[in-house]
Design a protein around this ligand. Structure first.
Ligand SMILES: Cc1cc2nc3c(=O)[nH]c(=O)nc-3n(C[C@H](O)[C@H](O)[C@H](O)COP(=O)(O)OP(=O)(O)OC[C@H]3O[C@@H](n4cnc5c(N)ncnc54)[C@H](O)[C@@H]3O)c2cc1C
Length: 439
């Protein structure tokens, strides 16, 4: 497992690079730096160690093989529609992952998962993300992945049995309903307008939500609603209730989520007090419990997709000729390839570090905001450059790059637009400076 230490990082990397330059001329520079980076931990027993454990390396290889042999061949299946893979295609993919022992790997072992840590997820989810269908196959796509995490922490034993276990088994899907049309909650969740009013042993919920990913075909929904005292609460409800109106499925750029994105209306939806998720009034706190890791898992999956687009571009740059040489030998193209490598590595480092902090039990709201902005923007640049290198093919469905391009655009908007993360990071940085009396 990669381990990233606090403290001496920059200093140590500088020294390590110095030593790496003296290594055998038979090694590539990358091999030499890697080898030296790895050996320093043994010598000093402190600092950074980016090695994967043999077990994690083996799991990474299994996922990589599974994706290339069983998932990528289905990418152009006719059951891949404008509103995501159909339920039938999803079921087939889930069955394959189950047979391969790779289904829902982030869930607790007692529930049938592999109990992956955040760092282990970083490695596995990146591999799964290499195919547009990989996250669906492994049952690690949004919103189910984030909902599994939230329910594992907050749900009661009865709620886990009723809603979480079938979700982990891949037998059901779920959705998460927070965003509302203007003037309701969007980038600013405090503008919540959906209401929950206590009535006897029940709560009665009214309001409209939109962009609800996976709602059509989902078995249950987690609803965020405003209480009479202005706080927010999360409620669990089955989706097959007559008081839940599926107003429409929204046509969107992305096509990777089963069920697409829906507009839902709750018309006097009656939810028993037993189906409150966690405690009344703690909705915003639970949203943070869900969001910090969920943001990071988006970064992991999209990193796999960015790497895929880059690999396609690289292959093209190695083979395609123009003006008497292969594309990659033109400086304009080689610079784009180099920038891609830098953006991919930057993303991976942010993901691994934030995942490691989460594994240490830190809340990581600040770090996961940074990682989300860095990754969503860096990965987008990678895919955009890859499309450019692929030329005309890049904007057709002759390769998967165009689909990745379309699927990825929303990543800079959901789970907090880049501007909102910068705005909130800026506020925290200013407050810190004030506390410390200036830097
Ligand atoms: C593909 C997709 C899937 C989604 N899935 C779900 C889901 O399953 N469940 C769910 O509840 N929601 C979901 N969402 C909604 C998503 O979380 C919201 O779109 C997001 O929070 C932004 O809200 P908004 O669209 O209302 O944008 P608005 O609130 O209208 O903001 C528009 C833009 O204004 C700018 N902006 C806003 N505030 C600031 C600020 N303080 N400083 C600078 N600029 C600012 C940003 O550029 C922002 O993009 C999904 C969205 C998409 C696109």
């Amino acid at each position: 497992m990669p381990q990233v230490g606090k403290g001496y990082g920059i200093l140590r990397v500088g020294r390590v690079l110095g030593r790496a330059r003296q290594k055998s001329s038979e090694m590539t520079i990358r091999e030499s730096v890697n080898e030296t980076l790895m050996s320093t931990t043994d010598m000093r027993g402190i600092g950074m160690d980016f090695r994967l454990s043999p077990e994690l390396e083996a799991l990474q290889r299994r996922v990589r093989d599974f994706i290339s042999e069983q998932v990528i061949p289905l990418e152009n299946d006719p059951r891949q529609t404008a509103h995501g893979p159909t339920e039938a295609l999803r079921d087939e993919l889930i069955a394959k992952a189950r047979a391969a022992g790779l289904l829902t790997p982030h869930a607790d072992v007692e529930m049938g998962g592999l109990g992956l840590s955040h760092v282990e997820k970083a490695v596995v989810f990146e591999e799964a993300g290499y195919s547009t269908l990989g996250p669906t196959a492994l049952n690690i796509h949004a919103p189910d992945e984030g909902n599994i995490h939230l329910l594992s922490i907050v749900a009661s034993p009865q709620q886990k049995l009723r809603w979480l276990q079938p979700l982990v088994d891949g037998r059901t899907r779920s959705c998460f309903a927070m965003t509302e049309p203007p003037p309701g909650a969007g980038a600013d969740p405090s503008m919540l307008m959906t209401t929950a009013v206590r009535d006897g042993d029940d709560y009665v919920i009214n309001g409209t939500k939109w962009f609800i990913t996976g709602a059509k075909g989902a078995t249950f929904v987690i609803i965020m609603a405003k209480m009479e005292d202005g706080t927010a609460t999360m409620f669990l409800s089955d989706m097959n209730r007559p008081e839940i109106e599926h107003v429409r499925t929204m046509d969107a750029l992305d096509t990777c989520f089963t069920g697409g994105h829906a507009v839902l209306r709750f018309n006097n939806l009656r939810v028993p007090a037993n189906d409150v998720l966690g405690e009344v009034g703690k909705g915003f706190r639970y949203a943070q419990v869900r969001l910090a890791p969920a943001r990071l898992t988006h970064c992991m999956r999209w990193l796999g997709q960015a790497r895929r687009a880059h690999d396609l571009a690289l292959e093209h740059a190695r083979q395609r000729q123009s003006f008497g040489r292969v594309l990659g030998e033109h400086e304009g193209v080689s610079f784009m390839l180099a920038d891609n490598e830098m953006d991919l590595l930057t993303s991976r480092l942010h993901i691994w570090r934030t995942a490691w902090l989460l594994d240490q039990g830190e809340r990581c709201n600040f770090e996961s905001s940074i990682a989300k902005v860095v990754c969503s923007e860096a990965q987008w640049r990678v895919v955009d450059r890859s499309v450019q290198i692929l030329g005309g093919q890049g904007v057709t469905h002759e390769t998967i790059a165009a689909r990745i391009f379309a699927d990825m655009r929303a990543f800079r908007i959901y789970d907090g637009p880049s501007e909102v993360h910068r705005f909130s990071l800026g506020k925290k940085i200013l407050a810190e400076v004030k506390k410390e009396g200036g830097r």
